[in-house]
Design a protein around this ligand. Structure first.
Ligand SMILES: Cc1ncc(COP(=O)(O)O)c(C=O)c1O
Length: 367
């Protein structure tokens, strides 16, 4: 063990950071429990896999990994610009949408600046703000689960540099419609950057995403990790003002979107019918899970993502029992929500397994 106090050498923020806790990998659970099969309902991935056209593109281009990718992701930006009705310069490609969130926060928030978000929003806003040495302003939810847009608007100060909105939010699954989001945007000063994180956009009700959102500092973030089935590729993007993105681009590492991720994303966009079919199946299964969890008395509220939220005072014991049966949900203690488990909507047979085990597990719990 080194005698050097590396924490003392690291920048002050390191002490207040912790690595992001990911969903438990299947292989780890199998080894822990000594079982041979398990299902992972912990990371909101697409349970149907990757779009066939994306898999074919990865196979076709596999040998190209010896070369650096197009560092500007030109073809992908062009296709996305077309899809969003903007120019290529309005698109920023990230190594996952998390990287877009990080780069924007790093570009605009430093020591003494405030980054504002809902207290139970996606945890990376808080960690990126912390890493940047900025002040985290976490606004409590109106009902414990839903972004309180009025309170967020009221919390904006002269020092606010970035406002983050997760819509739908992970882990709570709650959503605001575009009219409500625009209501908040109207109250955000023009020179404040707004990150509207739409990682679960495809799972929203059509009616909630009608209309156009507008604010000079608005950056809409989307990902290929969820509905598009490419979580392992790590690719996402932001859509926003060209001048803002030119600045953010100064913080972007070279070649941040790898060759296969770019090819897979291009092909996935061309496999829209596959993606939308899986989203439709997901939403049917989400409703089925919600009805049954409600009957069992453990549904926290409706979700608009590809996951549902279970609430029970003995959530950690339920987690242990589900894991013993080879089912991996996501504990939410890191969000200050120890009484909740987030469960990704799986394929029908995976959800059947969950629903066959859950009633007897709950029956053993003291309410
Ligand atoms: C709300 C939200 N935003 C962003 C992300 C980041 O996704 P990725 O970096 O895979 O694009 C996630 C991942 O779980 C998320 O839930």
């Amino acid at each position: 063990m080194s005698q050097i106090d590396w924490m003392e050498r690291a920048i002050a923020q390191a002490e207040r950071l912790h690595p992001y806790v990911t969903g438990k990998p299947i292989e780890i659970l199998l080894a822990e429990q000594g079982i041979s099969q398990a299902i992972k309902l912990a990371s909101n991935e697409n349970p149907f896999g990757a779009p066939p056209k994306a898999v074919a593109a990865i196979t076709k281009h596999a040998a190209e990994v010896s070369r650096y990718p197009d560092g500007d992701s030109r073809s992908l930006k062009e296709l996305l610009a077309n899809k969003h009705g903007v120019a290529s310069e309005n698109i920023l490609i990230g190594n996952g949408s998390s990287e877009v969130l990080e780069l924007v926060i790093r570009c605009f928030a430093g020591s003494g600046d405030e980054v504002l978000f809902s207290s139970r929003a996606f945890i990376m806003y808080s960690l990126y703000a912390r890493a940047a040495g900025a002040i985290e302003v976490a606004v409590p939810e109106s009902d414990g689960l839903t972004h309180d847009l009025d309170a967020m608007a009221a919390a904006i100060t002269q020092r606010t540099k970035v406002v983050c909105i997760a819509n739908p939010n992970n882990p709570t699954g709650t959503v605001h419609n575009y009219a409500a989001i625009q209501g908040l945007l109207d109250r955000v000063p023009d020179n404040v950057v707004v990150l509207l994180d739409e990682a679960y956009y495809e799972f929203m009700d059509e009616a909630d995403r009608q209309g156009k959102l507008s604010h000079p500092g608005l950056i809409i973030c989307r990902t290929f990790s969820k509905a598009f089935g490419l979580a392992g590729c790590r690719i996402g993007y932001g859509v926003g003002d060209a001048e803002i993105l030119r600045l953010v681009n100064r913080f972007r590492p070279p070649f941040n979107a790898n060759v296969l991720a770019q090819k897979a994303a291009l092909a996935a966009l061309d496999d829209d019918a596959w993606v939308m079919d899986k989203v439709a199946k997901n939403n049917i299964e989400r409703s089925r899970l919600e009805v049954i969890l409600e009957d069992l008395g453990v549904l926290a509220g409706p979700s608009f993502g590809n996951f549902v939220l279970l609430q029970h005072s003995q959530a950690s014991l339920i987690l242990q029992k589900l894991e013993a049966k080879g089912i991996i949900p996501r504990p939410l203690a890191a969000y200050g929500m120890p009484d909740y488990l987030r469960i990704t909507v799986g394929r029908e047979e995976e959800n059947d397994l969950l629903l066959s085990e859950l009633p007897s597990i709950l029956a053993e719990m003291v309410k």
